[in-house]
Design a protein around this ligand. Structure first.
Ligand code: SF4
Ligand code: SF4
Ligand code: F3S
Length: 359
């Protein structure tokens, strides 16, 4: 663990107002009441920067690219100031033995407390020879690093479910992190790539509460993956009215009608694209006129049929899913709000406060 986060923020000239705004936005994304932003800010400001080790396995660097793409100043950029990223091959200046030394030192000095982030799948074929770092297989590295980790974050569909490397015929024998590690808390943040703010939201939750957020049956944070895109899609009224674009350039497409018949997988895809969006909240695939491919779901690549309509009974989700979604959001909000209260109570005993930041 490094020094309190508040010291880092103050050194970097982050103002109290900026930090509070960040926390309020984050609380809103996590379906928390507006007052929760202040409690999160207090808890995070007093937190100590956790050591984070990031191991890239069988991946395309798309996840790293997504998470580090900056629109300055960004929420995701700010959260990366809140952790001590001690090893990340793609981003670190060190190489070769120096890089390996950094990894070993981080694991040794922070044994039992560091967060392990993994992107990419793990190939088991040919004794792991398909993907090695410093002469060691991804499998060996994962097992060693997981052994000393407090928790693991599997970033992207490859690390979460195997992703494209696992697609038929899976020549490398690719598997996910949770296929191998069974004795550590693991949160899956799927997406090909995942949304940056979703990952930083999980990190912020860990900083605030010292634990991973509430997860669904596939290990995904419910606050971001609790609903389908279809439940929150702005084109949903057209779906309910039976107004569908039939081609990408017909009158329906020009009017912004539903893309279901062009293959949109929104009704069966859990992700936050419809609310959080991409590129700093600019847009998301459906808003750009293309149906969702379902990239955050297991086996999305093998499921294919990207431009074929799902086989669903006529308008099956109209009322049932909406009612379920309301219940799910209320449940998540209540659960996280309770933990915010606990975090606020804990932070009340800390000597450092938000007011120590530059005003
Ligand atoms: Fe690349 Fe997608 Fe895998 Fe991320 S999840 S490493 S973007 S293929
Ligand atoms: Fe939106 Fe796709 Fe659902 Fe249509 S099918 S409402 S475009 S998510
Ligand atoms: Fe992926 Fe669908 Fe979002 S393809 S990026 S989950 S809109």
């Amino acid at each position: 663990m490094q020094g309190p986060l508040i010291d880092t923020l103050a050194r970097q000239g982050v103002t109290r107002r900026t930090f509070l705004k960040y926390c309020a936005t984050l609380a809103s994304m996590m379906a928390l009441p507006p007052s929760a932003g202040r409690a999160m800010a207090e808890a995070m400001a007093a937190a100590r920067r956790p050591s984070v080790i990031w191991l890239p396995f069988q991946e395309c660097t798309g996840c790293t690219e997504s998470l580090t793409r900056s629109h300055s100043p960004t929420l995701e950029g700010m959260i990366f100031d809140m952790i001590s990223l001690d090893y990340q091959e793609t981003l670190m200046a060190a190489a070769g033995h120096q890089a390996e030394d950094a990894l070993n030192t981080a694991m040794k000095d922070n044994a039992g407390t560091y967060l392990l982030i993994v992107d990419g799948s793990i190939p088991l074929g040919q004794d792991g020879a398909y993907s090695c770092i410093a002469g060691r297989s991804n499998l060996d590295l994962l097992k060693e690093a997981a052994g000393g980790a407090a928790a693991i974050i599997a970033v992207g569909t490859c690390a979460s479910f195997g992703g494209i490397p696992k697609a038929n015929p899976n020549p490398t024998g690719a598997v996910s992190v949770s296929d191998i590690i069974k004795d550590k808390p693991i949160v899956n943040i799927p997406g090909c790539p995942p949304i940056p703010v979703v990952m930083t939201g999980v990190l912020a939750h860990y900083l605030t509460f010292g634990s991973l957020p509430e997860l669904d049956a596939l290990g995904r944070p419910k606050a971001f993956f609790g609903e389908t895109l279809h439940d929150r899609c702005y084109r949903r009224p057209f779906y309910d009215q039976g107004k569908f674009a039939k081609t990408f350039d017909d009158e329906g497409a020009r009017r912004g009608w539903c893309l279901f018949e062009l293959g949109c997988k929104g009704p069966v895809t859990h992700n936050a694209c419809a609310t959080v969006k991409w590129n700093g909240g600019t847009s998301w695939p459906v808003e750009s006129g293309h149906g969702c491919l379902g990239c955050s779901e297991p086996d999305f690549w093998d499921a294919g049929s990207f431009y074929k309509a799902l086989s669903l009974p006529a308008n099956p989700l109209r009322f049932g899913a909406a009612a379920a979604a309301v219940g799910a959001v209320a449940g998540v909000a209540l659960s996280v709000a309770n933990r915010v209260k606990q975090g606020a109570a804990k932070s009340a005993h800390e000597t450092t406060t938000l007011d120590d930041l530059e005003k």
